[in-house]
Ligand binder design. Structure first.
Ligand SMILES: Cc1ncc(C[n+]2csc(CCOP(=O)(O)OP(=O)(O)O)c2C)c(N)n1
Ligand SMILES: [Mg+2]
Length: 327
């Protein structure tokens, strides 16, 4: 049951300005973390989302306030859309005292219950049955809220994804699975992952709507997600959306990604989601100076957040033993 977008739901100028701001926060945050990583000022991995901004922002923008998201490691844009501040993000990613993970994790492995952000569960695939369970809770308690869950092209191969989708489809849960197909799972290219590169075809097996969209096109992503949200909210059940993007850097910053053909990166560079959104904004009547102000503001906001986080102390060593149940 592959659903085709007959007519694209265009975004208003105000929605596009909001999208652009959040895409830029994600982009600038990535650049700041890359710089810190290069200076050995970051512990652990830096997993960037350069190339994925339209997917994370466009999907999250189609949701309402009470809806629930389960983001992955390249979905900072979704965090920003839901109101997470650059300060909160910087404090967490720099492992500072008082951060959401109390300094125990410097990536996206945190929940923010007040903003209905759960996850991410690090073990690929394991988040899907948890998110389906959250969708079951919404259905049983008739909240009318929708659960949106992200997974990658690689993560989508893990067995638990099937279990979660079986449950979400059969029980007609208000559940949306976004498969962010960025062509690589670490060094494994898509063609070594599957014989059918159109990942949304998997929806047919579950009897749910499935759609593949250009994940660099903010309006296409927003439109597909808005349709899936309407479907879920009206009690019709689960959907799957594949957003096709490109991972423009390595798996994380330690990875020189020499296994990715340079020509492939050059092709996708032309489809940069941030630049494409700026072009749509210009067409919709935004002025060049309006656009440049958003760019400058995002840069300044991220710089301030990073220097604020850097001014905070490291967490107390005893924090490491909290919430450890067996030793
Ligand atoms: C079960 C499991 N295996 C391996 C990992 C380590 N790991 C984290 S992300 C990742 C690559 C995932 O690829 P994909 O799902 O395509 O997402 P992408 O990183 O491309 O956004 C790997 C191997 C993990 N977290 N969980
Ligand atoms: Mg991938």
């Amino acid at each position: 049951m592959v659903v085709c977008s007959a007519k694209l739901r265009e975004m208003t100028k105000a929605q596009l300005l909001f999208a652009y701001k959040n895409m830029l926060l994600a982009r600038e945050f990535d650049h700041a973390l890359i710089n810190l990583y290069r200076q050995s000022k970051i512990v652990g991995g830096v997993y960037t989302q350069i190339g994925n901004e339209a997917s994370s922002v466009g999907t999250a923008m189609a949701l309402g306030e009470g809806d629930i998201i389960f983001p992955m490691h390249r979905d900072n844009g979704a965090h920003f859309v839901r109101g997470m501040t650059p300060h909160e993000m910087a404090v967490n990613f720099l492992f500072r005292k008082g951060s959401m993970t109390r300094g125990t994790d410097g990536t996206g492995h945190f929940a923010d219950v007040k903003r209905n952000i759960y996850g991410n569960v690090s073990h690929l695939g394991a988040m899907v049955p948890v998110a389906a369970g959250a969708a079951l809770a919404q259905k049983m308690s008739k909240t009318g809220f929708v659960v949106l869950n992200y997974i990658g092209d690689g993560g989508a191969s893990v067995g638990e994804v099937h279990e979660g989708l079986m449950m979400a489809s059969t029980l007609e849960l208000p559940f949306i699975l976004i498969i962010e197909n960025n062509h690589y799972a670490y060094s494994t290219p898509l063609e070594h992952q599957t014989h059918n590169p159109k990942l949304s075809d998997r929806a047919i097996g579950y009897g749910i709507p499935g759609e593949t969209v250009d994940g660099t096109d903010i309006e296409a992503v927003f439109d597909a997600t808005a349709k899936a949200v309407t479907h879920a909210r009206s009690g019709k059940g689960a959907s799957m959306i594949e957003t096709v993007t490109m991972r423009m850097r390595g798996h994380a910053e330690h990875d020189a990604f020499e296994y990715v053909p340079k020509e492939m990166l050059a092709e996708w560079e032309k489809k940069d989601p941030v630049q494409k959104t700026a072009a749509i904004l210009l067409k919709k009547g935004a002025s060049q100076s309006e656009i440049e102000k958003i760019e400058t503001d995002a840069k300044v906001e991220i710089e301030e957040a990073i220097s604020y986080a850097n001014s905070l102390p490291a967490p107390d060593s005893q924090e490491a033993f909290k919430n450890v149940f067996v030793s």
